[in-house]
Design a protein around this ligand. Sequence first.
Ligand code: 13P
Length: 266
Amino acid sequence: MSTMKRILIVGNWKMNLTVHEASLLVKRLHDKIQVHRDIEVVLAPSMLALQPVSQEIDKRKFKLAAQDAFYKDEGAFTGEVSFTMLRGLVDYAIVGHSERRIYFHETLEVVRDKVKAAVRNDITPILCVGETSREKAAGETSRVIHDQVTTALSDLTPEEVEKVVIAYEPVWAISTFGGELAKPDAVKKTMDQIRNLVKELYGAETAEALRVIYGGSVDDHTAGGYLAIEGVDGLLPGSASLNYHKFAGIIDSAYRQLHKKDKQDG
Ligand code: 13P
């Protein structure tokens, strides 16, 4: 964990839950989760559930994220929703999730334009990066991360990069693509690479301010181990965020991590 930053926990609900089911989950989460000034909890429901959920949440407890949006602000793009339309409704937007890169063929440049569009509309992008199992086996992790990070941030100023969240999600660790448990030292190595890259490109201050979180089959049992890694500023669970016991358990791990840190700092 980096010092002086709030722990960021983002629940990516993916294409799950009807509007009614989303409301029920929000109710349960409200009952189970306490506000903590050093933990920021963000929910990413489907596009359809965002508006109703925004009216049901206690905004001191939860913030909202979109799971994606289109990079043009408006126009003849049937079926798309723009970041401009989401402005004021969400604080965050997940951009470049591996499911979008793989299933919907989002290129490095599309992800770059979405990151830029989010920032242009005052929405904090949660930029997802990560290598596939084939790339990992071929020893290409570092090149893949380099290309994804540098391209995605290339249209931003250092001040804008500071506000970005980067989520490292090794594709092979996401339950959709295998759900293999990533070892903390491997996670740390790539997280360090991401921060060093940002440092080289945008300076030390920007790299320090930028939040880097970990995603990929995190649940209430594994959350503590990942949060204990130096430099990890939070987590992006998928399936575990659909289960209020597990999601609340992940937030409990964040509490424990803060408590441990307080003790260490005396
Ligand atoms: P799972 O936690 O279901 O593996 O998904 C992780 C993820 O893709 C979060 O964005």
